[in-house]
Design a protein around this ligand. Structure first.
Ligand code: SAH
Ligand code: AVI
Length: 322
């Protein structure tokens, strides 16, 4: 019988991932075009809401990526090679990871996530199911420099599923890929990317009829209230997600329903009726476009796998020899 395992995260000693929360909120709400960083969606409730989004009929991304892994994980494992350390960026519940681990002969698994409790729970479950694997959870922001834990030294592969890379501006996404290309011991990455498709399908995926995405978006205001003593009344904001075709990305906003003033951290922020806070970008790629971006970061796209309907892709990026 499998027994549950207790794990502790290896926290980045210098800076907790949420250390800059108040400063980021003040900076973002002080801009003429207000915005908030999307990584703050993910407290324990935000992580649960994200998992609930994945179950909605409109949000095809997760099902499409699972289909790809179900059909091609063996080929991916062959491309990656044996005895690798798998470092997962934004691991969440590590659900897709299992499909890879079933085929990969990995020596260690380092899930990296800003959402601490879900990271711990997911890591403990993986450790129970894969008792021979060294599971070393890292509570960290993968956009900041971090060291791999002791015990994870050797040749590694970054696993970056979910199209989470799409939540970054192209310059930031390129910088992330460049960090991967330059990380000691890292040979490349398997990255999940959402592909360009019709505005109708994309907007439905981010405006599900059960309003789960709306709750996920509004959770940011609940979190500012509970962790930073903010005075938002979330009912006075509404969720909006639109596809910006020119920039090839979904833009998610919280829109003020009325003129209002909200206090956060001893500061006051004014909102006009219909004024929007940009809370998330979700870029949709072409394979050629993503290949070019990877190439400019020092990584070569060697293989791409898509689902039958070509909605989503998992790509293998290999570090270019210097
Ligand atoms: N990989 C999972 C979860 C994707 S949701 C899947 O494909 O279904 C995005 C995940 O990335 C969340 O768990 C969130 O907490 C994490 N995340 C977002 N920004 C992050 C950052 N800057 N550093 C570390 N983790 C981050
Ligand atoms: C985590 N990330 C890739 C999701 C996305 O599709 O951009 C987050 C999300 N936002 C709204 N729905 C899902």
């Amino acid at each position: 019988m499998m027994r549950p395992v207790q794990l502790r995260t290896l926290d980045e000693a210098t800076q907790a991932p949420t250390d800059g929360f108040l400063a980021d909120v003040i900076e973002g709400l002080s801009r003429p075009a207000k915005r908030l960083p999307s990584k703050y969606f993910y407290d324990a409730r935000g992580s649960r809401l994200f998992e609930a989004i994945c179950e909605t009929p409109e949000y095809y991304l997760t099902r499409a990526e699972i289909e790809i892994l179900g059909d091609h994980a063996m080929e991916m494992a062959a491309a990656v090679g044996p005895r690798r350390i798998i470092v997962e960026y934004g691991s969440g519940e590590s659900i897709k990871t299992r499909l890879l681990l079933d085929h990969l002969d990995a020596t260690a698994y380092v899930p990296v996530d800003v959402s601490r409790e879900p990271l711990l729970a997911a890591s403990a479950a993986i450790q129970t199911e894969y008792p021979k694997l060294k599971v070393l959870p890292l509570h960290a922001d993968f956009t900041r420099p971090f060291n791999l834990p002791v015990g994870a030294l050797g040749r590694s592969l970054v696993y970056f599923p979910g199209s989470t890379i799409g939540n970054f501006e192209p310059t930031e996404a390129t910088a992330l890929l460049r960090n991967i290309a330059r990380a000691p011991g890292c040979e490349g990455a398997l990255v999940g990317i959402d592909l360009v498709k019709s505005k109708r399908v994309l907007e439905a995926a981010y405006n599900d009829s059960d309003l789960v995405t709306a709750a996920f978006n509004l959770n940011l205001l609940h979190r500012i209230n509970s962790e930073l003593g903010g005075e938002f009344q979330p009912g006075r904001f509404s969720h909006r997600a639109v596809f910006n075709e020119a920039a090839s990305r979904i833009e998610m906003y919280l829109v003020s329903k009325i003129d209002q003033v909200v206090g956060v951290g001893g500061r006051s922020f004014s909102f006009r009726a219909r004024e929007a806070i940009l809370t998330e970008l979700s870029h949709k790629y072409t394979l050629d476009g993503f290949s070019d971006m990877s190439s400019s970061a020092g990584l070569t796209l060697t293989q791409a796998w898509t689902d039958d309907a070509a909605r989503f892709a998992v790509v293998h990026l290999v570090r270019r020899a210097a």
